[in-house]
Design a protein. Structure first.
Length: 211
């Protein structure tokens, strides 16, 4: 079995924008725009291994052998609701990707993720899927989403987050050791309320202006 890796995307533009995403003074509009911009930048890296094939095109001067994507199908699977905030930034770069949605919430008694919604492309077994959630905190929701996709036939998955806690990374590596994780930063730890420290607060609330 191929083991996954943790890729921390430390490009200067990503790190610059992440600073303002973290800042509590950043308002909803700017926060949303920055998250989308970082998602676009991260998508460049997460799609680095997409296969190419050679084609011949006619330029205004002569013919040229060039390369295009080799038809590999992509699917974006945001975890509701915060994952929605990163989708538009990726779609700008990959407009042909199909988008599915998974809804999960944490049971207040058991603290375990509960699945309440899933709408997925019908051909997920044939697609490379990118599971999207801005925050990888305990890792419970992301792990449950990945398992749901596997149970429905998905075979090729990656996980994309803005910020991760070491506890969340560890959970994913234990539950899904083959999964590659792409993040802009791995922070210090979780606090007693399972918020990432220093983190950026509640990504969903900041994206949608709720409390």
């Amino acid at each position: 079995m191929r083991l996954g890796k943790v890729f921390v995307l430390d490009h200067p533009l990503i790190q610059h924008k992440l600073t303002f995403i973290r800042d509590k003074q950043t308002g909803t509009k700017e926060f949303r725009e920055l998250v989308n911009e970082v998602a676009t930048l991260m998508a460049f890296e997460i799609t680095r291994d997409m296969p190419l094939r050679e084609v011949e095109v006619e330029t205004p001067i002569t013919t040229a052998k060039c390369r295009v994507l080799a038809g590999k199908k992509l699917g974006l699977i945001p975890i509701l609701r915060a994952g929605l905030g990163m989708v538009e930034g990726i779609i700008k770069l990959i407009p042909t990707a199909k988008v599915g949605h998974i809804g999960l919430y944490r049971d207040p008694e058991t603290l375990q993720p509960v699945h309440y919604y899933a709408k997925l492309p019908s051909d997920i077994a044939e697609r490379e899927l990118i599971v999207i959630d801005p925050m990888l905190a305990t890792g419970g929701s992301a792990s449950a989403a990945v398992q749901l996709l596997k149970d429905r036939g998905a075979r090729n998955l990656k996980l994309m987050c803005l910020i991760a806690a070491p506890e969340g990374v560890k959970r994913i590596q234990e539950d899904h050791p083959e999964l590659s994780i792409y993040v802009a930063a791995v922070d210090e730890r979780l606090n007693e309320h399972s918020y990432i420290v220093p983190g950026l607060g509640d990504a969903g609330d900041r994206l949608f202006g709720t409390k």
